[in-house]
Write a protein that binds this ligand. Structure first.
Ligand code: ADP
Ligand code: MG
Length: 362
C-alpha cells in the first residue's frame, strides 16, 4: 500500500517512519521541482509525478501551501485526502475566517485589508495594538507584522505598499492578551468517526512554537468539550479526513480559534511517545481507510523544539524519559531541526526531566 505525500520535510519523514511497521510505503513530492523523493533518505526516486500519483493508493499533504497546479493535478486524480477545500481553507486566512464566521465559531476580531489605506479604519475598529498577517504563505510567524501604536502606522504602510494586497489580502487582528495557547489535534476517518488527543498547551516565542505540554493542565470537562465541539463542527463542515489541528487562544473559560492546520501538526509531536498511537500513524490510518488507533495518553509529555542549531550534546540522551527526533536538515536560523519528547509518570517528575535537560543548554 503506498501513500504519496505532497511536501518532503520532517512531517513527511515522520509519516514514513510511522507507516513502516504497518507496511505502508510513504513517498514524497518535493514541491519545489515535483521530483519524487524518499522522505527519510531524501534520495530522488526515478519516477515521474504522474506515475507516482497513478501508483499511490492515496495522496495527502504535509503542509497547506501547495503550488496551485500541483494541487489541481492531485485533486483531479480523486486520491487527495484531506480534500482540496480543506487544504485551500488552511492555506488562506480569508477562507479560514470566512468559514469560522459562517459556522459561528468564536475567533479573534479582525478586518480584511486589500489596500494599505484601509489600515486606518481597521485600527479604528480593532484598537492600536494589532497583528497583521499575510493571508497566504505565512508560517512560524513569518508573513506577520506587529503594531504597538498609531505612530508605527506610516512606516508599516510604506513596507506593506510593496505587496499586492488585491491578490493576497491582509488579515488584521486585534492583538489579544490571552491566558494561554492550547491546540486540539484529532483525526477523522472516512466514516466520520473521530479520535481526539487531549488539548496541548503551547508556548511560542516570536510567533514560533517552542514547547508543547500535553495533556495541558487545568482542563476541565467543559473546556475539553468546547474544544471538541468546535473541532467537530469544522471537520464535519469540511468533510475532513485525516489529522487536523485547531489552535486556540484561551481567555478565561472561552476558546477563540486562532487558526487551523489541515495536516499533522508540531503541537502533536508529543504523541510519538506520549500516546498509544501517534498522530502520524493515525493520519495514515485515516487516509488509508484503516481503523483509527487509540489516542489514550501513556504519559505526560513535554515536546521541545530544537531550533536553528547544527548539533547538540548527545549526552542529553542519558536523561531518563528523554527521546530525540532529529530531522537531518541543514541548519539555518529559526529552522526546526528536531525535537525532544520528554516523558514522565506525572507532572512533578516531568518538571524534573525538563530541569535535567535545561542543564545542558547554554
Ligand atoms: P503561524 O501560521 O505563523 O503559526 P499564527 O496566526 O498561529 O501564525 O501566529 C503565530 C503566533 O503569533 C501565535 O501562536 C500567537 O502566539 C501569536 N499571535 C497570533 N495572532 C495573535 C493575536 N491576534 N493576538 C496575540 N498573539 C497572536
Ligand atoms: Mg499558528
Amino acid at each position: 500500500m503506498s501513500i504519496l505525500v505532497l511536501g518532503s520535510g520532517q512531517l513527511a519523514r515522520m509519516m514514513a517512519l510511522a507507516g513502516h511497521p504497518l507496511g505502508l510505503h510513504v513517498q514524497a513530492v518535493d514541491v519545489a521541482d515535483n521530483k519524487i523523493v524518499d522522505p527519510i533518505s531524501k534520495d530522488v526516486i526515478n519516477c515521474t509525478l504522474d506515475t507516482a500519483i497513478n501508483e499511490a493508493n492515496v495522496v495527502t499533504v504535509e503542509f497547506e501551501h501547495i503550488p496551485e497546479a500541483l494541487l489541481e493535478t492531485v485533486h483531479a486524480s480523486g486520491k487527495l485526502k484531506p480534500n482540496v477545500e480543506s487544504i485551500l481553507t488552511g492555506a488562506d486566512r480569508v477562507r479560514e475566517k470566512t468559514l469560522l464566521e459562517k459556522l459561528n465559531i468564536a475567533n479573534c476580531p479582525f478586518s480584511i485589508v486589500t489596500d494599505v489605506e484601509q489600515l486606518d479604519a481597521a485600527m479604528e475598529k480593532l484598537g492600536e495594538k494589532l497583528i497583521i498577517k499575510a493571508s497566504r504563505d505565512g508560517y512560524d510567524g513569518y508573513g506577520q507584522w506587529r503594531l504597538q501604536d498609531k505612530s508605527q502606522l506610516p512606516k508599516l504602510k510604506e513596507a506593506l505598499s510593496k505587496l499586492d494586497l488585491q491578490k493576497v489580502p491582509l488579515i488584521v487582528e486585534k492583538m489579544l492578551s490571552f491566558e494561554r495557547e492550547v491546540s486540539l489535534v484529532a483525526v477523522r476517518n472516512v466514516e466520520g468517526e473521530f479520535a481526539f488527543y487531549p488539548l496541548a498547551e503551547n508556548l511560542h516565542y516570536e510567533g514560533q512554537l517552542h514547547v508543547s505540554i500535553a495533556p495541558a493542565t487545568e482542563v476541565d470537562e467543559a473546556l475539553n468539550q468546547q474544544a471538541q465541539d468546535i473541532f467537530t463542527k469544522l471537520a464535519e463542515s469540511l468533510d475532513y479526513v485525516g489529522v487536523l489541528a485547531v489552535e486556540f487562544f484561551q481567555i478565561g473559560q472561552q476558546l477563540l480559534v486562532n487558526e487551523i492546520a489541515p495536516r499533522v501538526h508540531n503541537s502533536g509531536h508529543w504523541t510519538m511517545q506520549g500516546a498509544e498511537t501517534c498522530q502520524f500513524e493515525n493520519h495514515l490510518r485515516a487516509v488509508r481507510g484503516l481503523p483509527l488507533g487509540s489516542t489514550k495518553v501513556k504519559s505526560p509529555t513535554a515536546m521541545i523544539n530544537i531550533i536553528g542549531c547544527k548539533d547538540f550534546d548527545r549526552d542529553m540522551l542519558s536523561i531518563p524519559g528523554c527521546h530525540l527526533h532529529w530531522y537531518g536538515k541543514t541548519a539555518r536560523a529559526k529552522r526546526k531541526m528536531g525535537h525532544f519528547n520528554l516523558c514522565a509518570d506525572n507532572y512533578k517528575e516531568l518538571a524534573k526531566v525538563i530541569g535535567a535537560l535545561s542543564e545542558y543548554l547554554p
